[in-house]
Design a binder for this molecule. Structure first.
Ligand code: MLC
Ligand code: AMP
Length: 487
C-alpha cells in the first residue's frame, strides 16, 4: 500500500493531461499541477523551508494556492491556511502561534497583515524548477486548521497526512467519487470542508475541480449545466441562496437536475430546505457532519435513506458514543454529547497541550455537539453544549472574541454576545452591552467591524441597563437569548 503522502503527490503525474483544475478560462492538467508543485517545492527549499517547518497562506482560491500547498508537502513542511476575511489581529495571532518560516500572501490582502513581520512571498507564478519529494512518515503533521473555541483565540487543529488522506478517502468512497466526476468548488480553501473534502477528495479520486473565488448561485447552475459539474458541496447558507435563486428562476431546477450529487454540511441543513431543493431539482441533498478536529464522522448514504434533519450514520472507521454530563452512555432517543474516535483524528491543538487534554475523555474526542440517535443509528444534531460557540454561514465563531473586541471600546462596560436563530445564516450574531458613557449601536458595530472579520460583526447591538445574571453574578446567556428572541 503506498503511503498517504504518495497517494496524494505521486498520483498527479500519472494522470497526465486529464484536467485537475479549471480556473475561469484556464485548465490545469494533472501534469501541469505536478510541475507547479515541483516548482513550488524548489522555491520553498531555496527559501530554507524544510520538514516540520510551517508555510502559511493568506490568499483566495486559485490553482497556484493548491500547487503551493502540494509543494509544501513535497518538502515535508506543514500547511497553515488563513481565513482571507481575517483582519490584522486575527492573522497576527495565527502567525504568532504557528510561527511559519514563510507566509505566502496575495497582494490584495496586504492590508490584513499585522505590524510584525514574517518572511513573505507573493503567491505569483513560481520559477520553473524541479524538486524531488521529501520522504516523511504519514503521521507527521501536515496541516494546521485554525478553528474557534469557547476561548477568544482560535486553536490550530493539527492533522497528519494519514488522517486527511484516510479520512477523506473513506468519505468519498462512500459517496462514490470517481475520476469521471467534476466538482463545482465554491467553498473557501482555508477550512476542512473546501480544503480536505474538496481539494484532497478531488485529487485522491482524480476528478476535476471547477474552482471559484466566491460563491454564487448562478455559477453553480452554470457549472452543472454548461461545464459538466456532477457534484456540488455547500454549507446550508449556500443552499438557502440557491433556493432564493430557484424561486426567481424555477427552470434552473432542471439545469441543476443534471448533477449527480449535492452534499451539505458544516451546519444544520433545515429539513424544509432539503425538501424544497428536492422539489425544484429532484435531488435530495446528502447531509453529513464533521469538525476540523475529526474531519467528517457522520454521513447519510449515497444509496439508501437520506433522512431529513439527520446527519446519517458513522463514516467507515469511525466509532461514536452519546454521553450524559457524567460521561455515561445514554439511551436511544435521549440527548447527550457526541464523542467520537476516528482514524482522521487531529493529533492535538498546536502548542496547546492543555486544550488538547481537555478535549478528550481517554480515546474519545468530546465534540461539544448535543445529539440524539435514532434506533437505527441515524444521528441528529440538536444543539451545542456551549452557548459561546456560534456557527454563522458555516463559519465557527467564538462569542468571547467578539465580547473582547467590544470591551476594547471606551464606552463599553459589559458585553455579552449570542447567536440567534436565523433563516439565512443558521445563527445571527447579536450583542447586549452595558455602557459607561454614551455610544450608538452603529458606532459599536463599526468598532467591532474594524477589529474582526466581517462575518463576526454583530448584526444588532442592544444597550441594556443590566445584563441578566444569576444570584452569584454569573451571566445567563440562555436567558439573554430568550429575551432577544422570544418564542
Ligand atoms: C458573509 N457574510 C456573513 C457570512 N459570510 N455574515 C455572517 N456569516 C457568514 N458566514 C456577510 C458579510 O459580512 C457581508 O456583510 C455580506 O455577508 C456579504 O458578504 P460576501 O462576502 O459577499 O458574502 P458571501 O461571499 O456570499 O458569503 C456567504 C458564504 C460564506 C456562505 C459563501 O459565508 C462562506 O463561504 N461560508 C463557508 C464557510 C465554510 O467553508 N465553513 C466550513 C467550516 S469546516 P456586510 O454587512 O459587511 O455587507 C466545518 C467542518 C465541516 O464546519 O463539517 O464541514
Ligand atoms: P468547525 O470547527 O468549523 O470545523 O465546525 C465544526 C462544527 O460544525 C461541529 O462541531 C458542528 O457544531 C457543526 N456542524 C458540522 N456539520 C454539521 C451538520 N451537518 N449539522 C449540524 N452541525 C454541523
Amino acid at each position: 500500500m503506498p503511503t498517504a503522502r504518495a497517494r496524494l503527490l505521486e498520483s498527479l503525474a500519472g494522470r497526465g493531461s486529464r484536467p485537475a483544475i479549471v480556473d475561469g478560462d484556464r485548465t490545469w492538467s494533472h501534469a501541469a499541477l505536478d510541475a507547479a508543485m515541483r516548482a513550488w517545492a524548489a522555491c520553498l527549499r531555496e527559501a530554507g523551508v524544510g520538514p516540520g517547518d510551517r508555510v502559511a497562506a493568506l490568499a483566495p482560491s486559485s490553482p497556484q494556492l493548491v500547487a503551493a500547498m502540494l509543494g509544501t508537502y513535497a518538502v515535508g513542511a506543514i500547511w497553515v491556511p488563513i481565513n482571507t476575511r481575517y483582519r490584522a489581529t486575527e492573522v497576527g495571532h495565527i502567525l504568532e502561534d504557528a510561527k511559519p518560516s514563510l507566509l505566502l500572501c496575495d497582494p490584495s490582502l496586504h492590508d490584513a497583515l499585522p505590524a510584525h513581520q514574517v518572511p513573505m512571498r507573493d503567491l505569483a507564478d513560481p520559477p520553473a524548477a524541479e524538486a524531488s519529494l521529501a520522504v516523511l512518515p504519514d503521521d507527521a503533521p501536515a496541516m494546521l486548521i485554525y478553528t474557534s473555541g469557547t476561548t477568544g483565540r482560535s486553536k490550530g487543529a493539527t492533522l497528519s497526512m494519514a488522517a486527511v488522506v484516510d479520512g477523506i478517502a473513506a468519505l468519498t468512497g462512500l459517496w462514490g467519487w470517481t475520476d469521471q466526476d467534476v466538482l463545482s468548488l465554491q467553498l473557501p480553501l482555508f477550512h476542512v470542508h473546501g480544503l480536505c473534502i474538496g481539494v484532497f477528495g478531488s485529487l485522491l479520486a482524480g476528478m476535476t475541480m471547477l474552482m471559484h473565488r466566491k460563491f454564487s448561485a448562478a455559477s453553480v447552475v452554470a457549472d452543472v449545466d454548461e461545464c459538466g459539474a456532477t457534484v456540488f458541496m455547500g454549507v446550508p447558507t449556500m443552499y438557502t441562496r440557491l433556493l432564493e435563486h430557484l424561486r426567481s428562476v424555477p427552470t434552473d431546477g432542471e439545469r441543476l437536475a443534471k448533477a449527480r450529487l449535492f452534499t451539505a454540511g458544516s451546519a444544520a441543513l433545515p429539513a424544509a430546505d432539503l425538501e424544497a431543493f428536492e422539489r425544484f431539482t429532484g435531488h435530495r441533498i446528502l447531509e453529513r457532519y464533521g469538525m476540523s478536529e475529526t474531519l467528517i464522522t457522520f454521513s447519510n448514504p449515497l444509496s439508501g435513506e437520506r433522512r431529513p434533519g439527520s446527519v446519517g450514520r458513522e463514516v467507515p472507521g469511525v466509532v461514536s458514543r452519546v454521553v450524559d454530563d457524567e460521561g455515561a452512555e445514554v439511551d436511544v432517543g435521549t440527548v447527550g454529547e457526541l464523542q467520537v474516535q476516528t482514524p482522521a483524528m487531529m493529533t492535538g491543538y498546536w502548542n496547546n497541550a492543555g486544550a488538547t487534554a481537555e478535549s478528550f475523555d481517554g480515546p474519545w474526542f468530546r465534540t461539544g455537539d448535543v445529539v440524539t440517535r435514532d434506533a437505527d443509528g441515524y444521528l441528529r444534531i440538536v444543539g451545542r453544549k456551549s452557548v459561546d460557540i456560534i456557527k454563522s454561514g458555516g463559519f465557527k465563531i467564538s462569542a468571547r472574541e467578539i465580547e473582547e473586541a467590544l470591551l476594547l471600546h471606551p464606552a463599553v462596560a459589559e458585553a455579552a454576545v449570542v447567536g440567534l436563530a436565523d433563516a439565512t445564516w443558521g445563527e445571527r450574531i447579536e450583542a447586549a452591552v452595558v455602557l459607561e458613557e454614551p455610544a450608538s449601536a452603529e458606532a459599536l458595530i463599526e468598532h467591532a467591524a474594524t477589529l474582526l472579520a466581517d462575518y463576526k460583526k454583530p448584526r444588532a447591538v442592544h444597550v441594556m441597563d443590566v445584563l441578566p445574571r444569576n444570584a452569584l453574578g454569573k451571566l445567563q446567556k440562555v436567558a439573554l437569548k430568550r429575551q432577544l428572541q422570544p418564542g
